[in-house]
Design a protein around this ligand. Structure first.
Ligand code: SF4
Length: 321
């Protein structure tokens, strides 16, 4: 038997959903969140796949995002364009903080998007480690990118099995000490890091073994939970059938495809034009401050300044302040 983190967490959430998705292989509907996450992960993987120690320019990372953009699951071209804009902004923020102004300079990770399969004794664990970094103070760090809009409570992040499992996998694969594990929330530029103790690894293994035994015994009872309204199998669920309107494929058959193409192109060029203007304004302000030797300059509603890494930052000011 093999289990991935997604499979384990699906089983923990609802064993019936696990059976429908992973045993019976019923397809799940495409969704903006999945496509968006895949596209951003791909661009970051590409950023670190350069064969030299120098990073590719931001424009090439954005070009990669554009060329490998996954357009599945969006309900309209306008929605897709909004997601694209957000993905591009997240990459720009990432590039600024972890490439241009990276503490200690840009460095290549020890591993990127590493697909693994390790033997746990009672089953194999499979997955993909987004990034493995060498820490300056010694040891390694496992990083997993998240593209959620909101930050889950810290307690939930600490109790989640993914990072302890990836910690365990990394130590088995590379035989290195993993000192820290991190969820990196890209849209919020927030890193949630902690250390995985041997006790936590044991608890995690015990839970994975419990799930593996239940799957082997074919225990697939439905379990109602907060995510039921978004379940792909509402119509087949004995607890929920007929109680909630099932989600339909977001590709509406009534959509006029010609209009969709026109709207996509128009929205995309509007968004791209604004981003080019943002970059131009940043350069004008930074050049002006360098020429005049200024650390801060203000407008009517905002102040721009150089942060401690020498990058241009800004904050809005309240009227009259
Ligand atoms: S609707 Fe809820 S209880 Fe039913 S299969 Fe889906 S997740 Fe499980």
């Amino acid at each position: 038997m093999k289990l991935s983190y997604s499979e384990i967490s699906t089983y923990q959430n609802c064993p019936l959903q696990y059976r429908l998705r992973y045993v019976e292989c019923r397809p799940s509907l495409p969704s903006p969140a999945l496509s968006f996450g895949k596209s951003v992960h791909d661009a970051l993987e590409w950023l670190y796949s350069v064969p030299t120690p120098d990073p590719p320019p931001l424009s090439e990372v954005v070009a990669r995002l554009e060329s490998n953009w996954d357009g599945e699951g969006y309900s309209s071209p306008a929605e897709e364009a909004r997601y694209f804009y957000q993905a591009r902004s997240a990459l720009e923020l990432y590039y600024r903080n972890y490439v241009e102004c990276a503490p200690g300079g840009f460095s290549l990770p020890a591993a990127v998007e590493y697909k693994f399969r390790v033997d746990l004794g009672f089953c194999d664990l499979t997955g993909v480690i987004d990034r493995l970094d060498r820490l300056p103070e010694g040891g390694f760090e496992v990083v997993d990118y998240k593209t959620n809009r909101r930050l889950p409570p810290a307690k939930r992040l600490r109790e989640d099995l993914q990072l302890p499992l990836y910690h365990l996998a990394a130590e088995k694969i590379w035989e290195v000490p993993v000192k820290q594990v991190t969820f990196h929330y890209l849209l919020l530029d927030h890193r949630f890091s902690y250390q995985v103790t041997p006790n936590r690894v044991e608890e995690t293994l015990a839970e994975v073994e419990r799930v593996a035994r239940c799957v082997e015994a074919e225990r697939f009872e439905p379990c109602r939970n907060n995510l039921c309204p978004w379940c792909d199998y509402l119509e087949e669920c004995p607890l929920m059938a007929g109680k909630v309107q099932p989600r339909t494929s977001s590709h509406s058959p009534a959509l006029d495809i010609g209009q969709a193409v026109d709207e996509l192109v128009a929205t995309h060029s509007e968004v791209s034009g604004k981003l080019v203007r943002v970059e131009g304004l940043k350069k004008i302000i930074a050049d002006y401050m360098a020429e005049k030797g200024l650390k801060r300059v203000g407008g009517a509603s905002a102040v721009a300044y150089l942060d401690e890494d020498g990058c241009l930052a800004w904050e809005e000011t309240s009227p009259g302040s």
